[in-house]
Design a protein around this ligand. Structure first.
Ligand SMILES: [Zn+2]
Length: 448
């Protein structure tokens, strides 16, 4: 999230003191600190839960950024064609393994893996040749709780001196481009091979990523780098854009009016992106609603659907992109109606949790809701099937594939002819919505 006007977080304030005193340090508490939040929230999904202070207020401070970039303790996440540099799969005990249990990413939903892959962090020394050759890089933030790799970044700023302590994180794009050619990359790639590091498609690693800050760092790095790669040209006038604010802004270059002909001057001055507030210049996040829908009269039934591209027998919650001018509730109702023909009870739509989804830059807004109709009709043909499933079927799917066992008294389903289904793994918000329903999540009247 960014603040269009000033870049300052909401509620930000500071009290500058005279510069001659040693106590005149400005501090920039993270949003978590400002909100009095602990490091854990009510529900934290894969790709969420970063504990970095993103320090957006310092993204235009060259001295701070240089100190942060070049600190020996700084960690770099390397990407190539948006694939993150990861370590080889390791067993739970930490031993490297040559085998992999993950599947090809084509199915979109790889299974959980007992093996883990971690970010192969690089240092400034590692990436300096690439940076010198123009490798694009993005400031991710500072982990102020990291007492092992503490760096201290001091920079003068209007009103005082900035002191930030902690470990900095940056993303660097090692995709071949311009001066970042084979000659520069060969040395790095040789070292990666020696260390058993590999650029890994994120979808294929979903089941093996640690469910902690590492996944959140990859999500942030991937989404911001992707946005920069896809916005090389000004959407208003077509000129090549330039990067600013440590990777969080792209702007149309100020025109040099001496270089254009008389007839072009007015048009050149008028690039829309240079006038007033507009939404061309900052990274975008696309909201997606995802809904677990319960039956209007049989609350032990849940509506799930599947697309043809899903693995066999896999059913999941209804989901779709929000459209401009829609509330979350309206988007839920529209998507469910379009894909299944089911009408929702608007007052029942209840927010559960949200998940960043860096493919490339979505946020999944998870809700549960009750239907007010029961007949399924695949109106827009996005799904190949949607139907009501009994709680027992869903409980069996959870128990069979993800452990935990059936709930007491529910080991046997009633209908032997009922189809056995699979649901997405726990790292997907759909799984958590379905699990919340099984566990008795209560729908609340919407607060409109
Ligand atoms: Zn422009």
């Amino acid at each position: 999230m960014h603040s269009m006007a000033s870049g300052f977080p909401v509620g930000f304030c500071f009290f500058p003191r005279p510069r001659s005193r040693p106590t005149n340090a400005l501090t920039f508490p993270s949003p978590r600190q400002q909100a009095g939040m602990s490091s854990s929230t009510r529900f934290t999904h894969l790709f969420a839960g970063s504990n970095l202070n993103r320090l957006s207020v310092l993204r235009s401070n060259p001295a701070f950024l240089t100190n942060s970039l070049q600190s020996p303790s700084t960690r770099f996440i390397a990407l190539r064609n948006l694939d993150a540099l990861l370590t080889a799969l390791t067993t739970p005990t930490g031993t490297s393994t040559a085998t992999t249990t993950t599947t090809a990413p084509t199915a979109g939903i790889p299974p959980l893996s007992p093996h883990k892959q971690h970010i192969a962090y690089l240092t400034y020394t590692d990436v300096k040749p690439a940076l010198d050759a123009g490798a694009f890089h993005v400031f991710l933030g500072v982990d102020e709780g990291d007492t092992e790799g503490t760096g201290e970044y001091t920079s003068e700023r209007k009103g005082g001196v900035v002191v930030v302590k902690g470990r900095s994180y940056w993303a660097v794009d090692l995709t071949k481009s311009g001066d970042l050619d084979d000659g520069v990359l060969a040395g790095l790639d040789g070292a990666f091979t020696t260390k058993n590091y590999a650029f890994t498609p994120l979808r294929s690693a979903l089941g093996s990523l640690p469910w902690d800050i590492e996944s959140a760092l990859i999500a942030q790095a991937r989404s911001v780098v992707d946005w920069n790669v896809r916005n090389q040209y000004c959407p208003a006038c077509g000129k090549l854009t330039e990067s600013g604010e440590a990777g969080y802004k792209r702007f149309c270059p100020r025109p040099n009016l001496d270089e254009v002909g008389e007839g072009e001057k007015e048009a050149t001055k008028r690039c829309l992106s240079l006038t007033g507030v507009n939404n061309f210049q900052y990274p975008r996040t696309d909201p997606v609603v995802i809904i677990a829908v319960t039956h209007p009269t049989h609350p032990h039934k849940l509506l799930l659907g599947r697309q043809t591209r899903f693995p066999a027998s896999t059913y999941t919650c209804i989901a779709g992109f929000m459209e401009p001018g829609e509330s979350i509730e309206e988007a839920c109702a529209r998507e469910v109606a379009e894909e299944t023909g089911i009408q929702l009870n608007m007052d029942s739509i209840t927010y559960h949790s949200s998940q960043p989804w860096p493919f490339p830059n979505s946020v999944m807004i998870g809700c549960l809701a009750q239907a007010r109709s029961v007949d399924v009709s695949l109106v827009d043909e996005e799904l190949e099937d949607a139907r009501w499933f009994d709680r027992e079927q869903v409980v069996r799917a959870l128990a069979r594939h993800y452990g935990g066992g059936p709930l007491p008294g529910e080991a046997q389903g009633q209908g032997e002819a009922e189809m056995e289904i699979k649901i997405p793994p726990p790292y997907a918000i759909a799984h958590q919505l379905i699990k919340a329903w099984v566990e008795g999540f209560k729908l609340q009247p919407a607060k409109m």
